[in-house]
Design a protein around this ligand. Sequence first.
Ligand code: ZN
Length: 144
Amino acid sequence: MYIVHRYQQGRKWVARLPFEADLLEALEHFAGKEEIKVGRVEAIGAVKKAVIGFYDQDKKEYGSLEFEEPLEILTCLGNFSRKDGLPKAHLHVTLSRHDGSTLGGHLMPGSTVFACEAVIEELVGPGLNRGYDPQTGLPLWEKK
Ligand code: ZN
């Protein structure tokens, strides 16, 4: 394994996100405001629209899909670290439609909250920064 750090449990929050907030940006903003360097997040709720991505491993770029419809957030899971010194949230979502079918992917900016309840946990320990990884083309956690 490339990255192994040990962390202590830090602060924990239970938060309700504002109506029509951008899901990704609201969580990143919270991490910045509370100065969370490393942490994890889980959230459930609903969005009015969603933008999710899928990483094309050959082209080394994200494609994005937009869903302009009400969707339940069955799971929104991810982590906080830093990229270029700024808070960076990496989140994946599983969403469900009116008929119960599901879709999901890498959460992109542009997903609009209808209602959302998040549990956020801070991990206290070494900083974790994202940097360009030439093998994958992704901004992965950097080796120390
Ligand atoms: Zn992802």
